[in-house]
Design a protein around this ligand. Sequence first.
Ligand code: NAP
Ligand code: HSE
Length: 412
Amino acid sequence: MANIGLLGLGTVGTGVYEIIKDRNEYFKKVLGEELNVKKILVRNLSKERKLLVGESVLTTDPEEILNDDDIDIVVEVLGGIGDAYKYIKTALNKNKHVITANKAVVALYLEEFLDISNRTGKGFLFEASVGGGIPIIKPLKQSLNTNDIDEITGILNGTTNFILTKMYEEGLDFDKALKLAQDLGYAEADPTDDIEGYDVARKLSILSSIGFKNNTNVSKIKCRGISNLITKDIDAFKSRNFAVKVLGKAKVSDTNILASVEPVLINKDSQYATVKDAYNVVSIKGNVVGDLKFYGKGAGKEPTANAVVSDIIDILNGSYKLDRINIEKNLDLDENKVFEGKYYIRLTPNDLYTPSDINEKISEIDIEYETIINDGDVIILTEIIEGNQLIDLLDTTDNMIKDCFYLRIEEI
Ligand code: NAP
Ligand code: HSE
């Protein structure tokens, strides 16, 4: 019997427990042994839970899992950084395999965890940390090894993609759409991580570290979220046949990496525009294989738990690899650069200026653009401009506006 210690019994932990319970006969057949969730760490023992778990299985004491020599596999689905880091490190140092869905902790400590795992010979697997149910980490580590990867792009957050879909297709306001995403178990404990793009930055840094063979520092990834997106913006995008998506994009050049997380506009008939609700997509450019796309449910109980359980199976059938991030490059992330492209910019004048004042100011800048004055706002559609030209434009008008929202028009 394979004993598992589960750290966390929330959305993902519950899914993991249910899959193990429902599929145990099958696991016994293919693995030759049953899976047994021996202990589960939670924060609150008296919380009402839909799942029926024996009282003796739940604990609030992590030592009951970390110090139990009969538990060979620890699954961390707590979330957060402090405790998760401590427990993962302890479990690895105690010669246990560790599986996690926690991108916040993986983005910060991947190298350290892999070092311990290599020393002890036990696995450290994190398939569920990126793209929910999409198998992306394993293909990137194993199947794409033959490639130099120079670009990774994706819709990598289920919550924001769900919110944008609901706002765009059903006219829901932001707060209602967010509440729905939370009820469905898609959002992080603090949804700011989703809305402001930090969750995508973590996922992008994990993919880039593995794909580019370069330690990609998550704190240097520029993030812009969707919290100041308003219904009026959505209407304006629709009328111009644009869909809006939060895109994570990282690109390698000879000298550095440019990476960002930001809302972008795409043609509403493009493939990315068909990625709706909590679905994610990841595009990889390899020099041998060409362009690849991975698509599937990026958040939620079942898809994420599926990724966790498939890592458990890899451990038990011995097919897991003792990985390292094979750092071959030492490229820094250029924090001050912005991707070049066409931009859509909404500037809402403050009380001291009119749309015409703003328009006049912008005409002093050497870029090609079209202006539309709409409902008191100045909307600018630029031709392809350099990132620094965009920054100039925003700086020049900064003292004239009370609100601004800009998006790159991405051809994808
Ligand atoms: P969740 O629903 O908030 O569940 C967290 C669970 O961990 C709860 O059972 C909670 O206990 C327990 N817990 C949290 N901190 C604890 C601590 N310090 N000590 C003891 N118990 C603690 O979270 P989730 O949505 O399942 O997400 C778990 C992890 O998976 C996160 O890292 C998240 O980013 C990642 N993830 C989630 C999804 C998704 O769709 N939800 C997808 C991919 C990855 P109580 O039950 O007593 O409150
Ligand atoms: N909060 C995350 C999302 C969970 O919405 O994508 C999956 O990582």
